[in-house]
Design a protein. Structure first.
Lengths: 948, 252
């Protein structure tokens, strides 16, 4: 052999492969971590894993650099300088935990609502929520309120589920896939895999997004819509489908409330509500015998139109008639919406035409007999192979709830929900709104040293379930479930600091947060939020938010504002469970959950946050965490995962239950459970029987399966709520005809935005500012290679996005004389920033945009102070106020969706003008001192010891 | 000067990259880096990794271009689009980086055509990087040697890996199935068939390098407006719709 052929081709990759779950974003892919000499040699996707089937994205592949990042916190910290200075002292865990216990114990005894406990993008909400409930504060939520609660709430309130964790397109069978506004790091591997599969089959992929990057770049058709007008586009498509009679009537009659009679009695407390019999059953108009009968009456042929007189003399019409009359209005015609949406009429017609053609002319039939909830046997599953996916692009507007409702309605009208080729539910969904709890947090729900009376988060059925006091004032610090945001099903984390600072509705004592960068990219009005965290009461000299406990694995911007820092481990050093009680990783055909486990031992004085929370819970003597005598019930999080039972036989993990580990869903705790997960690649999967796989909302075999698995104790079929009665109840309150009546200040807003049928109105952030003064939109996109602020401390990922220019549409550049590398001032009604610009054509002509969360505060994340992320990177957040502009009388409501409280990030309107050249973006906040990060090297040669 | 093997090599191993599905996510870029920094030859170093002038050696990068096509149907006419273009060594049959090498460090393997650098012989003169018209080679500043795509030679022949994993890291990890590996010298191979079917192209053929790697161009697209006439032009109002619904209900 020639010397040059002497390459060792068959070296073993590593000493051992440990299979766990990724956490470089929220996708939860399976990974194989190759360990060599006690270090990570390589991370690859797990081929057997149902989420990613072997592939792995850039973030996942950069896990090595995340795990070894110098930005990792090393020990518990106590603040010794002023907030924001970054001056800390390392303390022992015992001191940290007893300090936390002392602070929290006093709050729990005196006034539990003075704790606000909010978690960020964590995946342990079934634990954190349970902990908060046992603690007894009404003030708990995770990050959904500033993420995508509009999509989740609208989905649950319409069809019993929404996208991502609740359901997915039928990638194997869909023939037309339409995606609206999805971040490029959202469900990213499944979406990329899905797009590739459907393109291979010749299916069409349409992307609706103001910006044509990422997924949109490979779409067959790109609709560069004007931000905030997606609802209007969708309703125009509905208009066209109704006009052309391309709707699935059979599906509507079987699975929706289209036939339910709506009372027509204007000015009364029941106007617009469903007519019901004495047992609460909705009434329908039976057209053979011309009688009004309860839903479910055998052999009834229910009308979809026609005014009918009820037994009590009032009149009613089927809800479908209201729906059809609304959307057949010419104001939804393609020509009528073209100017507002920026989409040409023929494109809208073409989209509607393709949806109709594929749904009804390319029907799929799977010859699998099944039985519906009425006991009727069907020969097979009829598929309408049109599927949709949508996320924050629709959600993060103040009209996002109604827009998401519109999209779900469209899917139902063409019969494409949970059918072959359509959108398919993922267990434990579908789950009707009626199977969700109502929210808890009213005064009668909590008290000194007492657990909260029920779960914090849920769905009010009407205004009677709001968390308000006798004067209508919010019970929660974030004002979730108040008149401001009645269906705030995920809470409103983005309002916590502002409200706590203002003492509105009341001041708090302890702010406890986990993994949420609220002093930077996760807050609107970042500089203002920082001032609130630093602000002191003039009289007492004490911080207005007196105590802040924060847990994170890394030296994020938020760390500098904590009084007590509880350092978390990296994702490779701890147990986690991706639970069916929270947001699992199920697929349409299978029930699935997963774990993480310590594939590496921490080399620092850090502890997993979940274990720390259990410890604090035990020290506080919380029921469910302590035996009542101060002794902990659980050794650590792993022990809790295995032994905690939420209901008898139902625990955090569904797999390998029972003494022998042979039970799925329900079963006794199994001490060997985690080992079984580890042997199985860190996940569990149980297939849904074929006769139960589709039409789960109405499929007897599926409902039985769901009960067997323990999702529910009785079947919970879903009737799709095209017409949403709960919303109408709020309108009746706003009209003053139904108790409790809405306050005057909120009446007009509720009348405008709580239409029981999906509706479009101009986003508040746009409607309330002068559109001539602020003629453009400004939004962010999330790059595929970063997840929020987590990527910039990663030596590899930061080489992909080291800074973020503001992308400006070509025509605006021409008008202002802007070239690549020039600088500009961008202003909103709230603030102004100075940024570097880059020209772009593949973008909606009125939309400026940039990548999210690349910009960093100097001195954080263990980066040098002069890095491009800090000098040239920037946040749009400085332009976004957490409050809407004042209305008459000075009232300022939060910059959120009026139904769900979702943060309206994308409502932002701006102006742009050319600025003098650099050298740095503005504002530049004062640098933060590092909390003693690990010294960082000037050069990395990772893996050099293994070089051949 | 270094000689190329007698051509053609019995096998022509290479990549086929699908520009129709590449979303520019950089999965291939980073997975390549993490595999190769602990694999063949010196580590792929990073300079100033947490500082202002961060840079590093990579064997594969994705470039993104914005184009406004004229003529070609790519959706709506005249509409701008982004093309994500992954680029690594193309393992040229007529590899100028090999013939320019003064020490014999750069070579093309006679049996499978993979272009490699024998790092012990590399003096880091950089001539090969100048000679490569694609800019596919990168100097490792820490080791002072030239780095390049090896087609994961320590994976594709690695008998300690399961057979299904004997493929380059970038191919195995690509979520969009935009990367394919195989023998482009065998017209019956999957990759050759893919190239034939999709009209795969050489990158910059005028350079005469005869690259083994091929690129699949974006598929033709049909504008949505072409489907605008699919719906019947029915202007009936709600009353007409309800009449139709009544008939439909009779059929259920």
């Amino acid at each position: 052999m020639k010397p040059r052929e002497r390459v060792a081709l068959s070296r073993p990759v590593a000493d051992e492969v440990r299979k766990t779950t990724c956490y470089m974003c929220a996708c939860r892919c399976g990974i194989n971590v190759h360990i060599k000499d006690g270090k990570i040699r390589y991370i690859e996707g797990n081929r057997d894993h149902p989420v990613n089937r072997g592939v792995l994205c850039a973030k996942g592949s950069a896990g090595i650099m995340q795990h070894y990042a110098p930005a990792r916190l090393r020990a518990p910290l106590k603040r010794v300088g002023p907030r924001g200075s970054g001056q800390f002292q390392e303390i022992s865990w015992e001191e940290a935990l007893s300090t936390a216990t002392e602070w929290l114990g006093a709050v729990r005894a005196n006034d539990p609502r003075k704790l606000a406990f909010f978690t960020g993008r964590d995946q342990s909400q079934s634990l954190t929520g349970f902990w908060a409930q046992q603690f007894g504060t009404p003030n708990y939520a995770a990050h959904g309120g500033f993420c995508s609660v509009n999509m989740a709430a609208a989905g649950i309130m319409t069809i019993g589920g929404a996208f991502w964790e609740f359901g997915a397109p039928d990638w194997e069978r869909t023939k037309l896939f339409v995606m609206f506004g999805v971040a490029e790091d959202h469900d990213s591997n499944p979406i990329k895999m899905g797009i590739a599969r459907l393109k291979k089959r010749g299916a069409r992929f349409v992307s609706v997004n103001p910006i044509r990057t990422g997924y949109s770049a490979v779409a067959d058709n790109w609709i560069g819509i004007r931000p905030g007008t997606d609802g209007l586009l969708i309703l125009s498509v509905v208009h066209e489908l109704l006009k052309a009679r391309r709707i699935d009537v059979d599906y509507l009659v079987r699975y929706t409330n289209a036939t339910w009679l709506v009372i027509d009695a204007p000015g009364t407390a029941e106007h617009g509500l469903f007519a019901r019999d004495g047992e609460g059953r909705p009434l329908i108009h039976e057209t053979v015998t011309e009688r009004v009968v309860p839903l479910g009456t055998r052999g009834a042929r229910a009308a979809l139109s026609g005014r009918v007189q009820l037994g009590d003399g009032r009149f009613a019409v089927p809800s479908f008639q209201l729906l059809a009359e609304k959307y057949l209005d010419e104001k939804y015609a393609p020509e009528a919406v073209a100017a507002e949406t920026g989409v040409r009429p023929e494109t809208i017609r073409g989209l509607a035409g393709e949806i109709a053609r594929v749904a009804f002319e390319e029907e799929i039939f799977i010859g699998q007999p099944w039985v519906d909830m009425n006991g009727q046997r069907h020969q097979g599953y009829v598929g309408r192979p049109v599927s949709f996916h949508a996320m924050r692009g629709l959600s993060a507007h103040s009209n996002g709830f109604q827009t998401a409702r519109a999209l779900h309605m469209l899917q139902v009208l063409i019969g494409a929900v949970d059918c072959p080729g359509g959108f398919r539910f993922e267990p434990p969904y579908p789950k009707p709104m009626s199977a969700h709890p109502t929210p808890h947090g009213k005064a009668e729900h909590f008290g000194s040293n007492t657990p909260l009376a029920g779960p914090h988060l849920g769905f009010p059925r009407g205004p009677e379930d709001l968390l308000i006091d006798a004067n209508g004032r919010p019970a929660r610090i974030d004002k979730a479930f108040s008149w401001d945001a009645p269906f705030a099903a995920h809470g409103m984390m983005h309002m916590v600091i502002a409200n706590a600072h203002a003492g509105d509705p009341y001041p708090i004592d302890v702010l406890f947060m986990y993994m949420a960068n609220m002093a930077w990219n996760s807050s609107m009005n970042t500089a203002g939020t920082i001032r609130m965290l630093e602000d002191k009461d003039e009289k007492t000299g004490e911080y207005r938010i007196p105590k802040i406990i924060y847990s994170d694995a890394y030296a994020s911007e938020m760390v500098a504002y904590a009084d007590l820092v509880l350092p978390d481990t990296t994702y490779l050093e701890r147990y986690d469970c991706i639970s069916l009680l929270d947001r699992p990783i199920s697929e349409p055909d299978a029930v699935q959950d997963a774990i993480r486990w310590p594939v590496l031992e921490p080399d620092r004085d850090v502890r997993p946050f979940q274990t720390v929370l259990l410890d604090i819970g035990a020290r506080l003597n919380l029921p469910g965490f302590s035996d009542g005598h101060g002794r902990p019930l659980y050794k650590d999080y792993a022990d809790y995962i295995v032994r905690h039972e939420r209901r008898p036989g139902i625990g955090p993990l569904a797999g390998f239950r029972g003494r022998e580990g042979d039970k799925a869903g329900r079963g006794a705790a199994n001490r060997g459970q985690l080992q079984r997960y580890i042997e199985n690649g860190a996940f569990f999967s149980a297939h849904i029987p074929m006769e139960a796989q589709f039409f789960k909302h109405a499929n007897q075999a599926y409902q039985d399966f769901a009960v067997r698995m323990g999702f529910f104790d009785t079947p919970q079929p879903v009737t799709f709520q095209l017409y949403q009665e709960s919303l109408q109840k709020f309108r009746l309150s706003a009209e003053g005809v139904r108790e409790p009546v809405a306050p005057e200040t909120h009446r007009e807003r509720i009348m405008q935005s709580f239409d029981p049928l999906p509706d479009w109105y101009r986003p508040f952030g746009e409607a309330m500012v002068d559109q001539k003064e602020f003629p453009y939109h400004a939004i962010t996109q999330r790059p595929a290679a970063m997840y929020h602020s987590w990527g910039s401390m990663n030596a590899w990922l930061r080489q992909i996005h080291t800074r973020n220019p503001l992308y400006v549409p070509g025509p605006i550049c021409d008008e202002l004389g802007l070239r690549d590398g020039d600088w500009a001032w961008v202003s909103s009604h709230h603030g102004r920033i100075k940024v570097e610009v880059a020209r772009m054509e593949a973008v909606n002509a009125s939309t400026l945009w940039t990548w999210n969360a690349i910009g960093k505060r100097a001195g954080t994340w263990a980066l040098d102070r002069d890095v491009p992320e800090a000098r040239k990177g920037f946040l749009l957040n400085h332009l976004i106020s957490e409050l809407l502009p004042p209305r008459e009388g000075g009232l300022r409501l939060s910059n959120s969706d009026p139904v769900t409280g979702q943060a309206a990030w994308y409502d932002l309107r701006v102006s742009i003008e050319k600025a003098d050249a650099g050298p740095v973006s503005e504002p530049q906040l004062t640098p933060v001192a590092q909390p003693e990060p690990e010294p960082h090297p000037s050069e990395l040669r990772y893996g050099q010891e293994w070089a051949q | 000067m270094t000689s190329l093997p007698a051509l053609p090599t019995p096998k022509k191993l290479g990549l086929v990259i699908d520009l129709d599905t590449c979303v520019g996510c950089h999965a291939c870029v980073v997975n390549c880096k993490e595999w190769n920094t602990g694999g063949y030859g010196a580590a792929l170093s990073d300079q100033d990794p947490y500082g202002a002038e961060v840079s590093g050696a990579w064997l594969n990068r994705v470039h993104s271009f914005e184009v406004v096509p004229d003529g070609e149907v790519v959706g709506e006419a005249g509409e701008a689009r982004i093309v994500h273009f992954p680029k690594s060594c193309l393992h040229c049959e007529n590899a100028p980086c090999v013939t320019v090498c003064p020490t014999g460090a750069s070579y093309k393997r006679a049996d499978d055509g993979i272009v490699l650098v024998e790092e012990d012989k590399c003096i880091g003169c950089g001539l090969c990087a100048w000679a490569c018209p694609y800019g596919a080679r990168e100097m490792d500043l820490a080791a002072g040697v030239m780095k390049k795509c090896t087609l994961c030679i320590d994976r594709i022949y690695n008998e300690t890996l399961e057979e299904t994993d004997r493929t380059p890291a970038c191919v195995r990890t690509c979520p969009a199935n935009a990367r394919h590996f195989g023998d482009l010298g065998d017209p019956e191979s999957e990759v050759s068939k893919l190239v034939a079917e999709r009209g795969g192209i050489d990158l910059m053929p005028e350079q005469g390098t005869r690259p083994v790697n091929k690129y699949l161009p974006p598929r033709q697209r049909k504008p949505l407006s072409a489907s605008a006439g699919l719906l019947p032009e029915d202007t009936s109002d709600a009353t007409g719709l309800f009449g139709w619904l009544d008939k439909m209900l009779d059929r259920i």
